[in-house]
Design a protein around this ligand. Sequence first.
Ligand code: FUC
Length: 822
Amino acid sequence: MLRDEFAKRQFAVLKRDFYTHLTARFVAKLTYVATRLWLGVCACMLISLQVSAAKSMALPYTQPGQDWESESLPLGNGHLGITVLGGVSEDTIQFNEKTLWTGGPGSEEGYNFGFPGQPQSYLNKVKSVQAELRDKGQLAPEYVAERLGNNQTGYGSYQSFGTLQFTWPQSHGRYQDYRRELDLSTATARVQYETDNGRFVREYFVSYPDNSIVIRLSASGSDKISFTASLHTPENRSRQVKQLSESEVMYTGTLHNNDLQYAAGLRVIADDADVTFHADGAFSVAQASQVTLVLTAATNYALQHPTYRGEDAENKVRGQLAATRGDSYSELKQNHLDDYQQLFGRVELDLGGSVITDVAQALANYPSEDQDANRALEQLYFQYGRYLLIASSREGSLPANLQGVWNKDIVAPWSADYHLNINLQMNYWLALSTNLAETLPPLYDFVENLTVPGQQAATKLFGSRGWVAFLNSNPWGSIGLIKWPTAFWQPEAAAWIALHFYHGYQFNQDSEFLKERVYPLLKLTSQFWLDNLTQAADSNTLLVSPSYSPEHGNFTAAAAMSQQLVFDLFSKTYQAAKKLNDAPFKDALAKALNQLEPGLRVGKWGQLQEWREDLDDQNNQHRHVSHLYALHPGNQISPLSTPALAAAASTSLNARGDAGTGWSRAWKINFWARLQNGDRALRLLQHQLRDSTLTNLWSTHPPFQIDGNFGATAGIAEMLMQSHLGELHLLPALPAQWADGKVSGLRGQGDVTVSMAWQNNTLQRASIVTGKDTVVRLRNPALGGKVRVTSNSNVLDYQQIEEGVISFISKANQEYVVLVGY
Ligand code: FUC
């Protein structure tokens, strides 16, 4: 039986038993409940799961930054990003607009969406590799890349838009009392310092509702604000400058490479002073008490296959500028706060850390004997991941790329693209669990668009239904077939990214979403695999072939990750087909699932096998640990449901070791959390902060790669709560060093919001709110002892399912408070 199916039936039985049980105990309980009611009322009055105002929600620094990569403070709204170094005499603000890319349609190198030259012969080549694998068992990646790889042209790279460069008067050469900070609770950066004759404050934010970068410079004292500034753009584009009014200027041009239009509009308003614009777009201000700059930008990109062009860039920017004309700084700021804080403020985490006065220092000392200082950095790092996701992924733009939305180059590392063999997936692991579902639309839109060239790839290259994409993609719909031997072959990537849609449904329980967006995509993705699995030589077992476990070893048939992913895809599609009554497709999936090799084998040294044959080398410490997909983010392996496989996963993970690059360590936090080993998960987090984190808390591969930030935040959420097995596992991997704490606003599958408080590593209370009427099932060892469940001050009945597992019926949008050991 399918595991999800099994969980569902368990749930139905549970619900039925629950009602029977409830009636039987009702009368007996009545008196009991009445006498305890007043107790409940008193207790509820004392229960506050609101985490008190977070102690340290800022990244403070005592020096200006010098190095973009490790020191700049990032702000963004999904479309636009800026980085703040906070220089005093000279200051450079680098900025981005997420759609400014070279490559794609119209690029000078020529572009065909990543398709190989003669697509019609591709299937024969695939078949011959399959035949060779059947004969020989393994093939070298270089050999297969020669046959199936592709030299893609016109792929392009994400671009820096430009820099705003300020030069301040010589009197700023000497300064004191310098502070630069990024305040996560307001998504605002601030730079403050004093010169001999004045105090200067600069504030920066990037507003989503007004799609603008807003900077306010203010001074108090006899020194006023005087500077010269210019907006620089890289050489690889044309550039025109037009003054629109006495306070506004427009910079426009096209990229030489692909004729993509760009436009940036700047408004500069100085109080009590004039702004002088020069023909080249430079400008200056003398003796103002306050200056407000509003910068907005766009391109004529549109996420629309195959042209990827839309509205004129300058028109867009004129509209964006007009929308804020006349708005005061405080109005702009309020708009920004109203938008940002209702997202960011949903989750609070208090591990009892102390206040951080200098992040650079805190990071340099980490981990130290001072546990409060350690916890301060850990909780800040958790929230920083949430902050970065809000800043780099909002509806209407592209998903967060390898660097979120920030990039200073014209040839970025890995083009700052969308890698599909872990990186893009990891970017969104935290979105649902940390209550930021609003960051997901860019991912959904991007993937749906990719299915258009993806379907052509399935038809032309494989002669099959469905859609497929390989290692990496760009905003231009590349199917990502390249020639890098140890990474290019990743057709399961499409399944992995499609599963994110189902995951969205598991959290929001929105049947419209399931019907309109999730199921069509899952079905399309499953069709590809139903048509492309091969049979084992000696049985009717279905295998993925060729198959390659990222990014090491040889090609084989049926590497564990390939099989686990297809298994997961088919299982979830089966669930959706069943719910939506698509019986023929459900049956086709059930048949395939019965024949599918699940990719869960235990090998000779007790490890979870990475390949179908027992090839694993105990000394291999490669950063990819893809064969543990079934443990995380999949749910086929768990210490609760499959202890032997969980033990094998743990053996594999121990052999791989705790080293790795940023995202690799982040994944290991999630793995150990799923293995319910909080101390080990914390150890990985410590490695991550100590060895894979830059001074500005960006994760480094190296170089800077944002997936490590997102993956680590997701991992911390997994340490605090898990919901992938049809129940809410509270504090499943709490490290000894996080003995006391509170968290509020975490989200679980089943449309549930959870808050918790714990002391001495023991759950004290939990608050549960479900979006629909349902049965809630909670797991934590403390639930085996004295428990009281209350709602609206009424003590409610609950069922003890097994030691440490209780369940109760939850009405939509009511708060249920579970009090332990009262
Ligand atoms: C995957 C990883 C690399 C890097 C790249 C962007 O291919 O294996 O380490 O993170 O993505």
